[in-house]
Design a protein around this ligand. Structure first.
Ligand SMILES: [Zn+2]
Ligand SMILES: [Zn+2]
Length: 346
């Protein structure tokens, strides 16, 4: 089969590689339909690492995808051949303390698609996943929508972790795909006031389409001051989706006493800092967000019911042969890109 591999910093090649085989009774062989390019894939592409996970070339890439079941192990019973699914890229061990306590996303022995040394990548013609990672999608849902379910599930999980009450004032710092998914999930969940920021005006325009009440670009506006003028008491929940020291600082300055910052962005640095006295005096809560947990099925439901429109996030389409172009586009934030999609077989 053909698959995309990272072969160096900013190098990506489509290579022939053996097709995967179903191992074990719960394995499912998928023909990959559509793959979304994620910021984390592009981190590995441009820098060769995220934190302590360092790429050894050649490395698989891609983890967001929708596919069609073409084969399965003898104990698979929730799926059938021809069923279309959205894929959760996580392969948990199923027996550690985390898995047994319902925290598969922090499994101690986890494999995740295209994380260095872990699973294969979804940017391939075929993929084998455990049954538990395959979520059937309804007939009306497109394969492109299926490929955006995983990032939506992250936004939904972050929104649920916040436990925001109706009327909450929230700020989303960084309006890329994940920030916009937090926005869509928050809008669908409750009546809230949403302030969104980004360095790219096209993304702010998209944030307004997705329901932001106010948007600001820190290149042109002192966003903390502007939001504070409108919300003198401060913000209840800040979703940090940029992973920059600057946005961590903005988060703390925006929050009201007792407010929460949810940290979703992936910083390129190993450490960030906070003013400990501000955190202490204001009793600010720091909540990190590790991908998602149990939010794939509810994300599918929100899209299929029409409560969330994912199509607006998808701005660019490529073929598997054009994967490098897709990665360069996302890496360089060109042409108003939000979600770039690679069509592998659809
Ligand atoms: Zn992703
Ligand atoms: Zn585990």
């Amino acid at each position: 089969m053909k698959a995309a591999f990272l072969t160096g910093i900013r190098q990506l090649e489509i290579r022939e590689t053996p097709s995967p085989e179903i191992k074990g009774p719960h394995g499912v062989l998928l023909r990959v339909g559509v793959v979304g390019v994620c910021g984390s894939d592009v981190h590995y592409y441009t820098t060769g690492r995220i934190g302590s996970l360092v790429v050894k070339y050649p490395e698989w890439t891609g983890h967001e995808c929708g596919g069609t079941v073409v084969g399965m192990g003898e104990e698979v019973n929730r799926l059938e051949v021809g069923q279309r699914v959205a894929v959760d890229p996580l392969i948990p061990c199923g027996h550690c303390d985390q898995c047994l306590s319902g925290r598969e996303h922090t499994c101690r022995n986890q494999n995740f698609l295209a994380c260095p040394g872990q699973g294969p990548g979804s940017l391939a013609e075929y993929l084998v996943m455990p049954e538990r990672s395959c979520y059937p999608i309804p007939n009306g849902m497109t394969m492109v929508q299926a490929s955006v379910i995983e990032p939506l599930s992250i936004g939904l999980y972050a929104q649920r972790l916040a436990e925001m009450p109706p009327g909450a004032k929230i700020a989303i710092l960084g309006s890329g795909p994940i920030g916009l998914c937090v926005l869509l999930a928050s809008r669908a969940a409750c009546d809230c006031t949403v302030y969104a920021t980004d360095l790219l005006d096209e993304r702010l325009a998209m944030a307004r389409c997705c329901g932001a009440n106010w948007t600001g670009n820190p290149k042109q506006t002192d966003v903390v001051r502007a939001i504070r003028e409108l919300e003198p008491l401060g913000i209840d929940f800040v979703f940090e989706c940029a992973g920059q020291q600057e946005t961590f600082d903005q988060a703390v300055e925006l929050l009201k006493p007792g407010g929460t910052v949810l940290m979703i962005g992936i910083p390129e640095v190993d450490r960030v800092s906070f003013s400990i006295h501000t955190l202490r005096r204001q009793e600010i809560r720091l909540q990190s967000v590790r991908r998602q947990n149990n939010c794939m099925a509810p994300a599918i439901e929100l899209v299929s019911s029409g409560a969330i429109n994912l199509d607006q996030l998808v701005t660019h389409h490529f073929s598997l042969a054009e994967t490098k172009k897709a990665f360069d586009l996302v890496a360089d934030y060109r042409d108003g890109v939000v979600k770039a999609i690679v069509h592998v077989s659809e």
